[in-house]
Design a protein around this ligand. Structure first.
Ligand code: ATP
Ligand code: MG
Length: 474
């Protein structure tokens, strides 16, 4: 981490434009927050810039926009006293330096104008309080009253003020602390962790949308389990995703134990994070076993069972999405489908893999068959090396067979090769149940590999089937 040369880091002309504008308005201005943090972490340049003005942030934004090519629009959020400009790839947010005081039942503070230091104090974590001056006298100077640099070095999430107050004032910060810890691989200071536990119930004043934003960010990390474990230790998890905490624990009856499905789930999520960037597939991994808690039973003969947990789990996905105000759209349906089908490939791979079983898998999973295979491979968490190898091997076989079957039958987005109209015309039928019977029979014959998924063989098969049903050809 280098502490010199911030002047050089702010070479982009946008900073000069902001500095000149502030100078003309005779106010001080600073880059602050995430941009400074990521600069120091050399985390890849952030495209979001936060500017704090000791004066009106809105006025400064307007001045800046006037100087920029194309005069970009200034979006003013009067209630928050902020303004935003989009310019090239930049998204620049302006705010006037302020102090904040909170009331108990809301995360919306009473705001008054303040100094830079006041503004730094109201920020969530020391690593997010650092500012760099844009003023002529000390352009490029880092202003770090809370030792954010030290905390960056030591990889610590720490609040600038008393953590109990910080989290109680705005409980979203609890989620942010955990999310930053997961994104950056940092530790949360012990005092902070305790304060989160103490204040956990205040999470209820935060909107589901905000919470979900943070959950998404946790799931998008390279190792989401870091964040999920922190949600668990801070006791926030049962308040947010009780379906997951219900999976925790191992029961033993008559010497038979089942695995701890909560800790297993965390492993699966980490595995999938190494295999795919698809956020919704990661959600599917997180939720793939939630049906196991309500379906768990002990049977004297077979031991622990979780009968139909995939089906129950997929129903629970809907309720969970609804409760969290997540979209009830095709993304939700995708997660449901993954959960519902999450045991199919493994069951398939335990026996000799037949072509027809693979054809059915491709038919049912459709365009998502690759995602399903990825999920199922991520689901292999056995520590038994022999079993691990066997499963992985079997999945290779299934994947190979999928390719072969696909080449032959193109089942991924199955369209029946013979339409209802053709059947009606051929046998001079009015809409009737026979049409459905024939269509089904054709589909079955394709899935069983009796005929190819093509017009001619399907047509011949239709004639044969029609005869069996006693239908006359026209
Ligand atoms: P990222 O953009 O990667 O999520 P960030 O730190 O830039 O991280 P933003 O939400 O963009 O986060 O916020 C910008 C800055 O505003 C933060 O760095 C922090 O200083 C401050 N901030 C944001 N949210 C809060 C909050 N809830 N409480 C206090 N300060 C906050
Ligand atoms: Mg940001």
């Amino acid at each position: 981490m280098t502490l010199t040369n911030f002047k050089k880091s702010l070479r982009d002309s946008i900073f000069k434009t902001i500095a000149d504008s502030a100078e003309e308005l005779s106010i001080d201005s600073f880059v602050i927050g995430g941009y400074v943090r990521d600069l120091l972490l050399q985390r890849g340049k952030s495209k979001d810039i936060d500017i704090v003005a000791v004066g009106s942030g809105i006025e400064l934004a307007k001045k800046v926009a006037g100087k920029l090519k194309g005069n970009p629009r200034v979006s003013v959020f009067k209630n928050f006293g902020t303004a935003m400009i989009k310019h090239h790839a930049w998204e620049i947010e302006f705010v006037g330096a302020r102090t904040e005081s909170y009331t108990r039942d809301s995360r919306k503070p009473v705001v008054e104008n303040g100094t830079l230091l006041d503004d730094q104090k109201r920020r969530d974590f020391t690593i997010n309080t650092m500012a760099i001056s844009l003023n002529e006298t000390d352009f490029g100077q880092l202003i770090d009253p809370f030792d954010g640099v030290r905390d960056l070095k030591n990889k610590i999430i720490r609040t600038p003020l008393d953590p109990s107050i910080t989290y109680s004032d705005d409980p979203l910060r609890m989620m942010r602390a955990i999310r930053f810890a997961a994104q950056l691989g940092f530790n949360i200071e012990l005092k902070s962790l305790q304060a989160i536990i103490e204040n956990k119930d205040r999470i209820k004043i935060i909107s589901q949308e905000r919470i979900v934003d943070e959950l998404h960010k946790i799931l998008e990390c390279d190792q989401p389990s870091i964040g999920l474990k922190l949600l668990h230790t801070t006791e926030l998890l049962p308040l947010l995703l009780p379906e997951l905490t219900a999976l925790e624990g191992i029961e033993e009856i008559e010497g038979q134990r089942h695995k701890d499905n909560f800790w297993h789930t965390l492993e699966v999520v980490d595995n999938i994070a190494g295999m795919s960037d698809n956020l919704w597939l990661r959600w599917a991994a997180l939720l793939h076993d939630i049906g196991k808690a309500p379906t768990k039973k002990f049977d004297k003969k077979i031991g622990w069972t979780f009968h139909a947990h995939e089906f129950i789990g997929s129903k629970m996905v809907y309720k969970l999405f609804k409760r969290l105000h997540m979209p009830l759209n095709d993304k939700m349906k995708f997660v449901q489908k993954m959960v519902r089908m999450s045991s199919r490939p493994i069951i398939l791979s335990q026996d000799n893999v037949t072509d027809s079983a693979v054809r059915r898998l491709v038919f049912d999973a459709g365009e998502h068959v690759d995602d399903l295979m990825t999920l199922c491979e991520a689901d292999i968490t056995t520590k038994n090396a022999k079993k691990q190898k066997k499963y992985k091997n079997n999945f290779q076989i299934v994947r190979q067979k999928i390719i072969e079957v696909e080449e032959r039958d193109h089942l991924r987005n199955f369209q029946p090769p013979i339409s209802g109209e053709v059947i009606m015309k051929t046998f001079n039928l009015k809409p009737s149940k026979e049409i459905g019977i024939i269509k089904d029979a054709i589909k079955e014959a394709i899935l069983e590999g009796e005929i190819l998924n093509e017009y001619k063989p399907a047509y011949d098969f239709m004639i044969k089937k029609g005869r069996e049903l006693g239908l006359e050809q026209k």
